[in-house]
Design a protein around this ligand. Structure first.
Ligand code: SF4
Length: 421
């Protein structure tokens, strides 16, 4: 008699991040992190005894908010307020809805500090520069599995906004609520599936409390599915006040200038120009190289190049960059590396708009994303307060432990990642 085989299950740990499957929801069974899993956990939480119930926190990325606003044809603030209201209504047990723009302040400031430190070390440490951005898990996964120990020393160790938010929620916020970290269930809403892989990394698992800094990641598209599942149109939802982790509820949103991937290049460039050369940069001029996803920014004085930065988006440009590095021909001090062509606003988990071509669609999302007030991380009072009181000051041991991570070389003889893009 034919033996019935067990159904194969693929978990996130099996993922190669080859981008062929992780950007397509239908083709991979993501059993650990999905909107279905979120609904299951919320139902269990509601049914649990009062002393067992978890506080549920959802942190929304600004890229996801812009994508939803474009889809629902609403302004960004209106979308944020209605989304807060909708998410809080889920299972009637979501308690807080935060914005990862807040945690990105920490990622940007710490990346600036790390860059200046590496710049000073470049004579004795040949791999101190170029510093390569660390906020994109698609790129990190590719780097670890394809170029391993060669590339890892170049990658900034500063955590991404999602993972800084994880530390803030399960660290600072848990302390404020007098709760152990495992009594908080932390969900993020992100523009790509790669963020699920990032949240699942063992580096972001708290062994002592057996809990992840981010328990569940859902994509922007999955929020849309939740709306459809609940039979709700976001435009009909009553708006709710915005939430905040510290201080009074904000009346407006803010954003970091410098593009939809977080503005790392611009923030580090301005800071380094001032800190290292005493130059105040007023405007940043991008010079396109082979394509719009590979651009250069240079700081010169009297014809001498002081700083040379680049952004490299998409695997084609990333491979080009790695080739230059391996050949000793990479002239850059810093590179903002992102796996998606056009960056995070074009992430694989974003909503595709009906009836628009992809260029128009992206431009609409970009306009919405850039519409709020520009935020200067150094001037954010709540960030300064947390840095002082919770992290123990600039460059403290605790700040280094909380805001940094590590990478692991996972070289394989042959893998899908060796494909030429
Ligand atoms: S570039 Fe793409 S894969 Fe990388 S973090 Fe942004 S959306 Fe995710």
């Amino acid at each position: 008699e034919a033996q019935k085989l067990e159904k194969a299950k693929i978990t996130l740990n099996d993922c190669l991040a080859c981008s062929g499957c992780i950007t397509s929801a239908e083709s991979v069974l993501i059993s650990q992190q999905s909107h279905g899993e979120l609904c299951r956990v919320l139902a269990l939480n509601k049914a649990a005894a009062a002393n067992q119930q978890k506080v549920v926190v959802v942190s929304v990325s600004p890229q996801s908010r812009a994508s939803l606003a474009a889809r629902c044809k609403m302004g960004l603030l209106e979308t944020a307020k209605k989304l807060t209201s909708f998410l809080k209504s889920l299972g009637k047990c979501v308690h807080h809805v935060f914005d990862t723009t807040f945690s990105r302040n920490f990622s940007l400031l710490e990346s600036q500090r790390e860059f200046v430190q590496r710049f000073h070390k470049q004579a004795e440490d040949k791999k101190a520069l170029p510093m390569l951005a660390s906020a994109c898990p698609g790129w990190i996964c590719y780097a670890e599995k394809t170029h391993g120990s060669f590339i890892i020393p170049y990658i900034s160790t500063t955590k991404s906004p999602q993972q800084v938010m994880g530390s803030l929620v399960k660290g600072y916020f848990a302390e404020q609520q007098h709760l152990p970290p495992d009594r908080i269930y932390h969900v993020t809403v992100m523009p790509c599936y790669d963020k699920k892989l990032e949240a699942s990394r063992p580096d972001f698992f708290n062994q002592e409390y057996q809990t992840r800094d981010v328990d569940c990641v859902i994509t922007t598209g999955e929020v849309l599915k939740l709306l459809e599942q609940e039979g709700v149109s976001l435009s009909d939802v009553e708006p709710a006040p915005l939430d905040t982790m510290l201080g009074s509820a904000p009346e407006e949103l803010s954003t970091h200038p410098g593009g939809g991937s977080g503005g790392y290049l611009e923030h580090i460039f301005r800071h380094a120009a001032k800190e290292l050369f005493g130059i105040q940069v007023h405007s940043i001029h991008y010079k396109p190289l082979k394509n719009k996803d590979f651009q250069e920014v240079t700081l010169e004085r009297d014809g001498v190049v002081l700083l040379q930065f680049a952004l490299a988006y998409g695997f084609r440009n990333i491979q080009n960059l790695v080739r230059k590095l391996k050949g000793g021909k990479c002239p850059y001090h810093y590179v903002e590396v992102m796996a998606c062509p056009s960056g995070c606003l074009n992430g694989g988990g974003q909503i595709r708009l009906e009836g628009e071509n992809s260029k128009e669609e992206l431009q609409r999302v970009e306009r919405l994303y850039e519409s709020p007030r520009a935020e200067i991380p150094e001037e954010n009072q709540a960030v300064r307060e947390l840095w002082e009181l919770w992290l123990g000051g600039w460059g403290s041991e605790k700040a280094l432990a909380v805001l940094h991570t590590q990478y692991h070389a996972l070289e394989r003889a042959s893998s899908a990642l060796n494909i030429k893009w």
